[in-house]
Design a protein around this ligand. Structure first.
Ligand code: GLU
Length: 272
């Protein structure tokens, strides 16, 4: 009898233990672990790139990661992602979130969730200054380079159905193809193009041409159905904006005195 009772107690405590594990949400997991694992780009200036002096990944998205980790009370940990790997890495759980120049779109919302908008840009083209491409219209019959898994691939085809899109692993490879004359333009969000242009020895050889062909509001990619974690991230973004810390970080990378000037002409969605 006693044996049976002990056996039942063991089973009951096992079931309670299992339930506790199942209910531990991602935010609790992060707090217990003591680190927030952020997926960031490592070759996209000025969002996420390797600082040659320190060999560390730095950039605007990295500063966003640092702020959110601090707000949660844990240490930031960075893992490099590409445009193609960031969504699978969030959905498989190898990163807690992706702060990686990612436009939030409903078609990307099937397997992950998104935060509110934390950065706003739009798509343009980067071309040789002395070349014959001055606008998207001139790309008819020409090759255009961009990154695999980006919104840029589809947007350029919508804007210029007569171009051929060549997708590379990342933007530096697409820019190299432009320099080698293998593509007539590189296309993606304007500040990423500005980062490419200014990373060249002769930035004046390149121009960011034409009008915006799309709106690209960036969201932080989050695991599906983790509402406590999503609330925490959105709250941290709200705090960051209201305290003026967002503007400080923004101006550090995109302000008038930076190499990547982009006027801050939008407002974050603030919750009262
Ligand atoms: N923001 C666009 C996107 O999410 C282009 C930049 C990128 O490839 O990360 O796809």
């Amino acid at each position: 009898m006693l044996k049976r009772l002990i056996c039942m107690m063991v089973v009951v405590s096992f079931v309670i233990g299992l339930a506790a594990v199942a209910s531990a949400d991602r935010l609790e997991e992060i707090k217990e672990r003591g680190t927030l694992i952020c997926g960031v780009k490592d070759a996209v200036v000025p969002f996420g790139f390797v600082d040659e002096k320190t060999n560390q990944i730095v950039g605007f998205d990295v500063d966003m990661c640092d702020y959110i980790a601090k707000d949660i009370g844990v240490k930031p940990e960075l893992k490099p992602v590409t445009s193609a790997t960031r969504i699978p890495m969030v959905s498989q759980g190898s990163i807690d979130l992706a702060i990686a120049t990612m436009t939030h779109k409903f078609e990307r919302d099937d397997v992950i969730d998104f935060s509110i908008t934390y950065f706003m840009d739009g798509q343009k083209i980067l071309v040789a200054k002395d070349g014959d491409v001055k606008s998207v219209a001139d790309l008819a019959g020409k090759k255009v380079g961009t990154a695999k898994g980006s919104t840029s691939e589809k947007n350029i085809k919508d804007a210029q159905p007569d171009c051929t899109v060549i997708s590379f692993e990342g933007y530096p490879q697409a820019f190299l193809a432009l320099k080698q004359g293998k593509v007539a333009a590189v296309t993606t969000d304007s500040t990423i193009l500005l980062g490419l242009k200014n990373s060249d020895e002769n930035p004046d050889n390149w121009v960011i041409a034409g009008d915006f062909i799309s709106a690209e509001p960036y969201g932080i990619g989050l695991p599906e159905n983790e509402s406590n974690f999503r609330d925490e991230v959105n709250l941290a973004l709200n705090k960051m904006w209201k305290s003026g810390d967002y503007e400080k970080i923004y101006n550090k990378w995109f302000g008038k005195d930076s190499k990547y000037y982009l006027p801050l002409d939008w407002k974050m969605e603030l919750w009262p």
